[in-house]
Write a protein that binds this ligand. Sequence first.
Ligand code: GCW
Length: 750
Amino acid sequence: MNSGARTIAWKIRSWAKNLLLYSNIRKSEFAMKSTRSITAALRCTALKTAILCAAVFCAMALPPRVAAETGAKAWLRYSALTPQAAKSYERLPRKTALLGDSLVLKTAQQELTDGVAQMLGLTLSSSGTVAGDAIILGTLNELHALSPALHSPQELRVDGYWITQAKIRGSKCLVITAFNDRGVLYGVFAFLTKIALGESIAAISEVQQPYAPIRWVNQWDNLDGRIERGYGGASIFFADGKVRDDLTRAGQYARLLASIGINGCTINNVNAAPGVLEDGFIAQVRRIADAFRPWGVQLSLSVDLSSPEVVGGLNTFDPLDPRVTEWWRNKVGEIYRQIPDFGGFVVKADSEGRSGPSTYGRSHSDAANVIARALKQHGGVVFYRAFVYNHHLDWRNLKNDRAKAAYENFHPLDGQFDDNAIVQIKNGPIDFQVREPVSPLFAGLRRTNEAIELQITQEYTGQQKQLCFLVPMWKEVLDFDMRIDGNSTPVKDLVSGRVFHRPVGGFAGVANVGLDENWLGSPLAMANLYGFGRLAWNPNLSAETVVDEWTRLTFGGDPLVVKTITGLQLSSWHVYESYTGPLGAGTLTNILGNHYDPGPESSEENGWGQWHRADHNGSGMNRTIATGTGFIGQYPPAVQKLYETLADCPDNLLLFFHHVSYTYVLHSGKTVIQHVYDSHYDGAEEAAGFVAQWKTLQGHVDDERYRDILARFEYQAQEAVVWRDTICNWIYRLSGIPDQKGRVGNPPSH
Ligand code: GCW
């Protein structure tokens, strides 16, 4: 085949693939919404053929200008710099000197060599000694043996690094040093990022320290290979009840995680299969730990509290029974024999049907501590999730409130958890809704370690089929000031352990990457994984900085591309919120089903407690201290004041905290009902605008990702209309109040 024919063949393949993606997105929707007219059109083979023919014609007419990419490399593309840009790095020493021989240091050296070769076309040789100009990689201790006079401008903590220029034994060296080996690896990634972004390294001297020791991701992978709330394909770890034979992707994932400073990964679903602790299984899990180890990522497991009984054959799992203590100690010992750098366990107990300490009238701290004590001598930690609530609440009782559950369960236990136990708290009091206030429990634990749980996988925020960049949301949460004892106590300082001087704490992100080549199913969704890592390292970074870095690394520095993609990402949360749950109503989705389609009625008249309390007169949960559920009383006084009165409560959380009539006038001057209508229409219009904005990038972004993302935006625009019409018609039927702009009122067309 000549090159012209190859190009055409490739174009046909890529068009067909995108067509498939487009119809696959639709197909999953067909299953759920068979009434939509669009489905009929897409099922029509004749139409598909016509589109394919048109595609072939266009493909012939428009050769690609940018090389195709699958997204597999994510933000680690290491694209070759232009000769001009590469020039500013020409003084880089051509040799690396490794001070030490650990696996992680060797990985750091290899990564540096690969990155420099790919971006600058330079070959770095390696040497064990420093003679002549070199890039020196090693811990501060090793470095001091070589050059005692060299002192970091700040004392380096675990995982922190220092990149600097220095004269060592008369030679000009570039030094990447750290407290520990993993920090050196992080320094190498940071250095390569600078080159990828074209930043000067001429006079570099930079210290970076992580905000908190815990920077973990959780995967909700089941042993059969499916992932709970996973939208990027099947598990990279498991298939058919076993660890997969081929763990290439697990190693690549660890590399991605390390590049953004993530140091731990829990590989299985918090709804844990007890089988993970069976003897034979640990030997399998060990292979995953082996794949993680070069990247300094510690493996951890979600475990079921009933394991001593179910796996161990005891007739109890009572955390205070000495046989149970013994069982955990032996089991943990066995794990560490096989996985010496094992990180620890994550526990979901007494929640959504899981077993828990309540079976024996024991407390959550009893349950956490029996496991923590088994882990302690090995340096492991246990994350005990605060996502504990009664999902059989009586919905008729207006005083019942699921939002109160985490605080009610855990605040009374403050001070009773061991030092290597960490209470893992979801960012909001309900469940990863498009908008929630922060969980009051962050302020409710002074003598207990905390970690914040954020959800990277977009369960309630469009499931990666729709764009929703979550960093701006997470920033609001992390920056939210709890005003404990009248002092500035933002959530980021509480979870990192800074406020109450806790020994450990930090960040856990539910990631759920899968076998899809681009990891999360959607190329743009990877900004959330990147952003999680960056904020876990430094929550003071702005959303703008994070998305700018990510875009340049993922798509290159074309100014139009950077401006357009950063703009789309930064507006996307607000847009998604405006057509799925404005005014703090929560995501008005089908909570009994897929957590994706609009389904406001599913929230009510059941025990799950994601109630919005919309009726003929008004909407919202009254959570006030004065007349409501009293939830607001769980916050420190200054925050109570912010939410308790209608006069102070911000519009965007109004319906979370108050029940108001539809004609209540917001701070903005609009009535609630008109705001709901307008917000949905504006949101749907903005979503349609995403398509037009994206189209300006044709030829600026590689064809493969261009078409994939275009298909997603076109789909999102239609979904936004479905949401708009469903919610507006529902609330119109309830309230009987017409839209001032005359748009709402017709029954949904089928
Ligand atoms: O939001 C709910 C999800 C469940 C999840 C649970 C949890 C893993 O719908 O899928 O279970 O939260 O966080 O435990």
